[in-house]
Design a protein around this ligand. Structure first.
Ligand code: FES
Ligand code: FE2
Length: 433
């Protein structure tokens, strides 16, 4: 925990008045930033990658996870592993390629070599070392915990953290709703990488903020979809509070989900038959009710502290701050393994039309977040309000999901604070577990 940082009063969670606000210092103060690096990121499960990105023995991808350089790889026995990408000699990053396949990582500085299990197997001019120099002590270091759920691999720097399965908890069911949509869902080769100048917690809020959708992305939701043939009237009522299938769900450990029924989507001819076939298969395998939950919703999943899955866009992203106002983002598209090239192309079109630096949505979002960060320079305005939906059944355009994040965030950075769930549903769950 960083010293010299005042953590009291950063969040004002007034359950009686149904008001919730966050002190804008959380987006600006370098001491709070240091505190959250240690108490949020170093103490959580962090997404590393998907097993499909390293399909063969010796496949690897270079990542940055929780600020650490990491090699995510499959060793020559087929086991999925993660190592810190730093030479045990004097620090050089031993893996410099973005991805590839190898039997050996050779550090280019002095030539030490490591096998895919992390063992130091080659030291040039080894005679220069004393008898006490023990090669077996110079293997690559690994994060203390690496675990996976259905191909999604996470690591934690906290060796005492609960299991990934316990950490994900009810989120596993929401992940299943997405991952069961094909026989095998894989990451499409390649990824989007981008950077922006705002606080990372604004991107958490934005990633499942149903309230901003149409005002910010009018170009997409009104102009673009209408040009594709969608009738905006078909979206009426989907975000209404009276629609019981429109909801925000708070989960344990700060995770949350928003969901509402999908509106009419203009489907390209080529996709119609495929989607009808797929629906039949899913109904047969999972039953009509679960098929409805799987296929008929727009759903955003947030795994605390920095993983987002936008189910209907098959988009996944993680992000990490390098300063109070700097964020690096890694984003991927999920596709069905072995699907027809035409279907794959349509899926990519769908992803790219909305997501990433060339999409209709991401540049709008980034502009909004950077503009909020600029607005924070008016330090006279102390608070940001996040109280939407506290006095009604929370829906996807409310802010329960963000309050869930903030309470967990505050619990991590401030040991004096204990998060109390807002909804009866989670309170009951916690009591019975
Ligand atoms: S730093 Fe890697 S061999 Fe010297
Ligand atoms: Fe957005």
């Amino acid at each position: 925990m960083a010293t010299n940082v005042t953590l009291a009063g950063l969040i004002d969670d007034d359950r009686e008045q149904k008001l919730f606000r966050v002190d804008r210092r959380v987006f600006l103060d370098p001491a709070i930033f240091e505190a959250e690096l240690r108490s949020v990121f170093d103490k959580s499960w962090l997404y590393v990658g998907h097993e499909s990105e390293i399909p063969g023995t010796g496949s690897f991808v270079k990542r940055k996870v929780g600020g650490r350089p990491v090699i995510f790889l499959r060793d020559t026995d087929g086991q999925v592993r993660a190592f810190f990408n730093t030479c045990t000699h004097r620090g050089n990053a031993i893996c410099r390629e973005a991805n590839g396949s190898t039997k050996l990582f050779r550090c280019f500085y002095h030539g030490w070599s490591f096998d895919t299990k992390g063992n130091l197997v080659g030291v040039p001019d080894a005679e220069g070392y004393s008898k006490a120099f023990d090669r077996s002590k110079f293997g690559l270091a690994a994060p203390p915990r690496v675990e996976s759920y259905r191909g999604l691999v996470f690591m934690s720097l906290d060796k005492n953290i609960v299991s990934l399965s316990e950490y994900l908890g009810e989120m596993k069911d929401y992940l299943d709703l997405m991952l069961d949509q094909a026989d095998e869902i894989v990451v499409s080769p390649g990824q989007q990488k981008y950077h922006f100048r705002a606080n990372w917690k604004l991107y958490v809020e934005n990633s499942y903020d149903g309230y901003h959708g149409v005002p910010t992305h009018r170009r997409y939701f009104v102009d673009f979809l209408r040009d594709l043939g969608s009738d905006p009237k078909s979206w009426d009522g989907l975000s209404s509070p009276t629609n019981e299938e429109n909801r925000a769900i708070e989960l344990k450990y700060g995770h949350a989900v928003i969901e509402n029924p999908l509106g009419e989507i203009p489907i390209k001819i080529g996709a119609k038959d495929f989607l009808a076939e797929n629906r039949k298969r899913i109904e047969k395998n999972f039953g009509a009710e679960r098929a409805h939950r799987m296929l008929d919703f727009s759903r955003n999943l947030f795994v605390f502290p920095n993983l987002i899955l936008v189910a209907h866009f098959r988009a996944m992203r993680t992000f990490f701050p390098t300063a109070t106002d700097q964020v690096e983002v890694d984003s991927w598209a999920l596709v069905d393994k072995g699907e027809a090239p035409e279907m794959r192309r349509l899926r990519h079109d769908n992803f790219l039309s909305f997501q990433g630096p060339g999409g209709f949505a991401t540049p709008d979002d980034i502009e909004a977040l950077e503009n909020c960060q600029r607005g924070f320079a008016a330090g006279e305005m102390q608070w940001s309000d996040i109280s939407r939906g506290m006095e009604r059944r929370p829906i996807s355009t409310d802010e329960l999901q963000m309050r869930t994040f903030w309470r967990r965030w505050y619990e991590c950075v401030n040991p004096d604070y204990v998060a109390i769930p807002e909804t009866e549903r989670l309170r009951t769950r916690l009591q019975s577990s």
